[in-house]
Design a protein around this ligand. Structure first.
Ligand SMILES: *Cc1c(COP(=O)(O)O)cnc(C)c1O
Length: 396
């Protein structure tokens, strides 16, 4: 009998759920003969603007480019400093370094994994200079940063706020959608993100008319009018095929997010009795969209736990095994005001569990059984209300 696999995400299975709609969209684009920007992209931009409640949305080639273009539009360059978190995907900081500016890595809140406003405040109070121009909060795993204290600091020190929303499509803070909270928002439509394309894609969002105009120009080589280049821009455009696919998926995204929230609650229930691990903490101000369901386990046992889950056919991932302040390419280009102890503590402990709307409740149950049995020494463990067999953890 073939063993059932529990994947982190099942992109093919998810395609089959909406195959007719996707096929129709792809067909429409192919027949239109328009493949870059154009009507399909504009329609998608309008639909996302309405969804997020922001004035401007600009489709670009990737989330990495969205960050780069946002910083370019804010005129970030050599000599400037940009405060951010070292516990993120590479692109958050590489956009800063690419422009000749310096990322200042502050610490995170170990409960939410997001930038800690206290650490940012300590840095600004001790070391602020006018070179500090911007702040990039990253809404990691689908939960927004604690934005109010960060916005307050940004106002006090006149910093622009660039939200890294690559993992937070649909996430809210005090009822506000991410991407419209700071000055400018950067989304990724990488296939596994909350709203994922069938290729690369990204978006810049803003309520500022001038910033929007600037990003629109920069994404087409700095030309407002064809073949007349006012500024040195880049080539970073969303293509029509991705836009058409994303328009289909946008219609389903709320329903899928709700399903992920149900699954997260199921994980919570399965795992909350295991006092040696920590389930995701959700701030009361936030609607968590569970781009990842990331638990914390004892560092010295993580590899063994991953192996036990893999034995049961359950995939897991570590996001991210090497924090940005330890990346060789940033070593002489960063500022580290204090040792980010919380980052160093969570890096060896985090473990992301399978999470996608197509996951079954029997899969979350199977994860629970493995983790539960893993913690038990006896053949039949009864600690913490656990009644699972230790030696075998069958898939339910
Ligand atoms: C995925 C991701 C990006 C980059 O997006 P791409 O579309 O892959 O370029 C940036 N920041 C974070 C936090 C991400 O997760």
């Amino acid at each position: 009998m073939e063993e059932q696999q529990v994947m982190m995400v099942d992109l093919v299975g998810e395609y089959h759920e909406i195959k007719d709609e996707i096929d129709e969209a792809v067909h429409r684009v192919v027949e239109s003969g328009h493949f870059i920007l154009g009507e399909e992209v504009e329609a998608f931009e309008h639909e996302v603007a309405r969804y997020l409640g922001v004035r401007h949305t600009i489709g670009v080639a990737s989330g990495s480019d969205a960050l780069l273009l946002a910083l370019m539009a804010l005129d970030i360059g050599p000599g400037d400093k940009v405060i951010t978190t070292p516990f993120s995907f590479f692109a958050t900081a590489s956009a800063v370094v690419r422009l000749g500016a310096t990322p200042v890595f502050c610490d995170i809140d170990p409960r939410t994994f997001d930038l800690d406003p206290g650490s940012v405040r300590r840095y600004l109070e001790a070391s602020y200079t006018p070179a500090v121009k911007a702040l990039i909060p990253v809404h990691l795993y689908g939960q927004c940063c604690d934005m109010d204290p960060l916005l307050e600091l940004a106002r006090t020190y006149n910093l622009k706020v660039v939200e890294d929303c690559a993992q937070s499509f649909g996430s809210t803070y005090k009822g506000h959608q991410s991407g419209g909270i700071g000055d400018i928002g950067c989304f990724s439509f990488f296939p596994t993100k909350n709203l994922g394309a069938y290729g690369d894609g990204g978006m810049v969002t803003t309520n500022d008319d001038d910033l929007a105009e600037h990003v629109r120009m920069l994404r087409v080589h700095g030309a407002r009018r064809k073949y007349h280049h006012e500024e040195l821009g880049i080539n970073s455009r969303l293509d029509a095929m991705q836009a058409a696919i994303l328009r289909v998926k946008l219609k389903h995204v709320d329903q899928w997010t709700e399903r992920k929230r149900v699954l997260a609650a199921a994980y919570d229930k399965e795992l909350s009795t295991l006092d040696w691990l920590q389930v995701p903490y959700v701030m009361p101000e936030c609607r968590h969209t569970y781009h990842q369901c990331t638990i914390k386990v004892p560092a010295e046992r993580r590899a063994t736990i991953q192996e036990a889950l893999a034995q049961a056919g359950i995939q897991t991932q570590v996001y991210y095994p090497e924090p940005l302040h330890r990346q060789p390419c940033f070593s002489d280009k960063q500022e580290l005001p204090e040792e980010p102890l919380n980052v160093d503590a969570v890096v060896p402990s985090v473990l992301s569990l399978p999470m996608s709307h197509s996951l079954s409740l029997s899969a979350t149950n199977a994860v629970g059984e493995v983790l539960c049995s893993f913690s038990c020494q006896q053949p039949l463990c009864t600690s913490n209300g656990c009644l699972h067999s230790a030696s075998t953890a069958p898939l339910g």
